[in-house]
Design a protein around this ligand. Structure first.
Ligand SMILES: Cc1cc2nc3c(=O)[nH]c(=O)nc-3n(C[C@H](O)[C@H](O)[C@H](O)COP(=O)(O)OP(=O)(O)OC[C@H]3O[C@@H](n4cnc5c(N)ncnc54)[C@H](O)[C@@H]3O)c2cc1C
Length: 441
């Protein structure tokens, strides 16, 4: 055990100290949860959630909880992967069998446990839903130390998927895979001049994958300009006739800087450059890491953003509130927020899991340095606007949401709390995020 380790999320804007354990054998894990420490227990994955979801101040954090075992059932088209297995490790085993994980978030470094706990989504949420849609079962070590096999028909399954680690430790998950015959995708990138055009492109997209990078610093008539990427798997054999294989992008390490590089001025220049250097339209092919995990090409890019860290604000709103996207971008400009990265996705049907994030409508995610009071007041205001519109903020990205706004977005959560009480009657599973939002002691 390592005692008093400082743990932070990807954004490095908050941190807390915990005792860190793991990987443990099944028997040791059961023993730990049957006789839990005073500060409670939490499983941590790769620490890719941006805020305090994978922290448990003063308690125990399992990092990793288990060993990363992976078993592919090529005939059945499924993989059973341990909670601590990273997506890149799973892909390295499934892709050579012509099978792909159906949901690929913007990093491949995350773990299966973290993916289940956040019910992650990819560029295909509209067409394929979030991970919940693809889970056959979840093996959970509940808060009492009992192993349970959870299936989608159970309330306990729905409380665990999206449940941010507060119902137990995900030991393993069985995920249905999608068949591929090639590791390459046909990708069309289109530069669009404003938000209306960008939303229209995403709305009209017929491809399996669709996402837009958006210049969150442009104002006036250029507000919301960006680049839309549409992708589909290539049919037929590998273009080069080679074997199917997956290797993560070769990454260069980002420099650690004493101060954050992004100010309103540099964020604007960076976004301008990105926009200008994109061709008006280009169709070509891309490999899996290039299309799905572009940001992974720079290792630890989160450390290059200065010692104070950064925030991502990601919200989803139903169609009638699409105007909130423009409102948020314009307001961030007024408080000099220096947003350096923005993405927009069109969302389809929601999963039947109370804490899952996606809902039918639109999602905007903006990365920006942590800044002073003005930015935080604005985000508080946006929280209220998002909640009033029937939308929500993504907990896996969140480091600051208040309890009132959270309740308005996700509440009343009676079913979730009842299921958690059955899985964890002693309130053993705890996190900083859970305490902040009133989900645990
Ligand atoms: C560059 C980047 C791009 C991203 N893009 C996307 C995206 O496109 N779509 C998307 O949905 N998300 C995206 N994310 C967010 C990320 O997918 C989620 O935060 C995910 O939960 C991270 O998984 P992790 O393994 O790092 O878990 P951690 O961050 O370590 O933990 C996240 C939560 O999972 C819980 N948890 C972890 N392991 C277990 C376990 N074994 N049992 C129970 N609970 C567990 C933790 O307690 C915590 O509550 C992105 C993150 C980054 C850094």
């Amino acid at each position: 055990m390592r005692s008093s380790v400082l743990l932070q999320g990807w954004g490095r804007s908050t941190g807390s100290r915990s005792a860190v354990l793991g990987p443990l054998t099944g028997a040791a894990l059961r023993e730990l949860l049957a006789h839990p420490p005073d500060g409670g227990v939490l499983a941590r994955g790769a620490g890719c959630s941006y805020g305090d979801a994978a922290q448990n101040a003063g308690g125990v954090v399992l990092a990793p909880a288990t060993v990363p075992e992976i078993r592919v059932d090529a005939l059945g088209g499924t993989v059973r992967a341990a909670g601590s297995a990273r997506f890149t490790e799973v892909l390295a085993r499934t892709v050579p069998r012509g099978l792909l994980l159906p949901v690929l978030p913007g990093t491949g470094r995350l773990t299966v446990g973290g993916a289940v706990a956040a019910d992650v989504h990819g560029k295909n949420q509209r067409t394929d839903g979030s991970l919940a849609n693809w889970l056959e079962s979840v093996e959970l070590l509940d808060g009492t130390g009992q192993v349970r096999l959870l299936t989608p028909d159970q309330e306990e399954f729905r409380a665990t998927v999206g449940g941010m680690g507060l119902t137990g430790v995900v030991l393993a998950a069985t995920i249905r895979l999608i068949p591929i015959t090639s590791t390459r995708l046909r990708v069309t990138s289109r530069r669009v001049a404003d938000l209306d055009a960008l939303l229209a492109e995403l709305d009209g997209a017929r491809s399996r994958y669709a996402v837009a990078w958006i210049d969150t610093t442009a104002g006036g008539r250029a507000l919301g300009r960006g680049i839309v990427d549409l992708g589909d798997h290539l049919d037929g054999p590998q273009p080069d006739g080679g074997e199917l294989a997956f290797a993560p992008a070769r990454a260069v390490r980002a420099p650690r800087l004493p101060v954050g590089p992004f100010t309103p001025l540099t964020a604007r220049a960076f976004n301008e450059l990105w926009y200008r250097r994109a061709p008006r339209e280009r169709t070509g092919t891309q490999g899996l890491p290039e299309f799905f995990h572009r940001l992974d090409a720079v290792r630890e890019w989160n450390r290059a953003l200065g010692p104070r860290g950064f925030l991502q604000y990601q919200f989803a709103v139903p169609d009638p509130a699409v105007g909130l996207l423009a409102e948020a971008i314009a307001a961030l400009g007024r408080v000099d927020a220096a947003p350096f990265l923005g993405t927009v996705k069109r969302f389809g049907p929601a999963a039947d899991c109370p804490l899952s994030f996606p809902l039918p409508g639109w999602s905007l995610a903006v990365d920006m340095p942590t800044a002073g009071r003005r930015l935080h007041d604005l985000l508080d205001l946006l929280d209220r606007r998002v909640a009033e519109a029937g939308g929500r903020v993504y907990l896996a990205k969140d480091a600051r949401l208040g309890r009132t706004a959270f309740d308005a977005m996700y509440g009343p959560l009676d079913g979730w709390r009842a299921a958690r009480a059955r899985l964890d009657p002693g309130d053993t599973m705890r996190s900083d995020l859970g305490r902040r939002l009133g989900l645990c002691r």
